[in-house]
Design a protein around this ligand. Sequence first.
Ligand code: COA
Length: 258
Amino acid sequence: MPENILLERRGRIALITVNRPEKLNALNIKTRLELSEALDELRNDLEIRVVVITGAGEKSFVAGADINEFAGRTAIQQRSVMKARSVLTAAEDFPKPLIAMINGFCLGGGCELALSCDIRIASDKAKFGQPEINLGIIPGGGGTQRLTRLIGEGKAMQMVLTGEMIDAHEAYRLGLVNEVYPHTELESKTMDLAARIAEKSPVALAMAKTAVKNAARMNLREGLDQEIDLFALCFSSEDKEEGVRAFLEKRKPEFKGR
Ligand code: COA
C-alpha cells in the first residue's frame, strides 16, 4: 500500500492525491516512486480514461522536491536519482490524459509535475514558481524546458532567474494554466472537465495526446507526417466506426476503447 499518495477511482476518472500535507506535499524519493507505480497501475486499467493529480490539504499542490533529501548528496548520487525513473517522463508518456488540479503552492518539482501533465486547472489561491535558484541550484525536471516551451523564453527566464512566485491569474495570463476557478469550485470544475474528456474514445485520446506532444518534439514536417499516421491509425479502431455511425444515426457514441 502506498504511504504518501492516495489513489481513488471515480468511475472512469482516477484521482491521485499527493498526501504529505505536513510537508506541503514535497516530493521525496518514496513519493515519486509511488506516483510512478500508480501511473503504471492506471496505464493498464481499462476502466480508467482520465487521471487527475492533486495535493492533499488546503495549502499546497506540491511545494517541490523534498529539500531534506538534497543535504549532503553528491552530484553522482543526485544524477542517478533523477535519471533512474522519472515520474515526470512517465506522466508525459502516459497514454491517457492527465490533469493537474492545482490547489495551492505549485513550486519547483511541483510546477514541473504540473508541466508534465496535459492540462492544468488552478485554484485562485494557487501560487507558481521555480524557486530552485534560491537554493543555489536550477530546475532539473523540465522547468527550463517544458516551461519555456509553454510560456516562452522571456517569462520562463524571469521565473527561473528570480525564483519568485506568481499568482494564479498571472499564471493564466502567461498560459501556464488553462483555467482558474474560485478555490471552492476547483474540484467540481476539474472533475466536470475530466468527465467530458472521459466520454471520448480512449484510442483517439491516446493518439491525440501523442500528436500534440510531438509538436514540441519534432520539426513541423515530421510532426505533420506523424499526425497523418496517427490519424490513419484511428481508422483501425472500432471506436472510429462507432463515432461515425453515431453521428450519422444522430445519437451519442458509446466508445469502448477498441
Ligand atoms: N521540501 C521539504 N520540506 C518542505 C518543502 C520542500 N520543498 N516545502 C515545504 N516544506 C516543509 C517545511 O519545511 C515545513 O516543515 P516543518 O513544519 O517540519 O518545518 C512544512 O513543509 C510547512 O512549510 P512552511 O515553510 O512552514 O510553510 P509556509 O507557508 O511558511 O511557506 C513555502 C510555504 C512554500 C513558501 C515554503 O515552505 C517554501 O519556500 N518551501 C520550499 C519551496 C521550494 O524551494 N521548492 C523547490 C525545491 S527544489
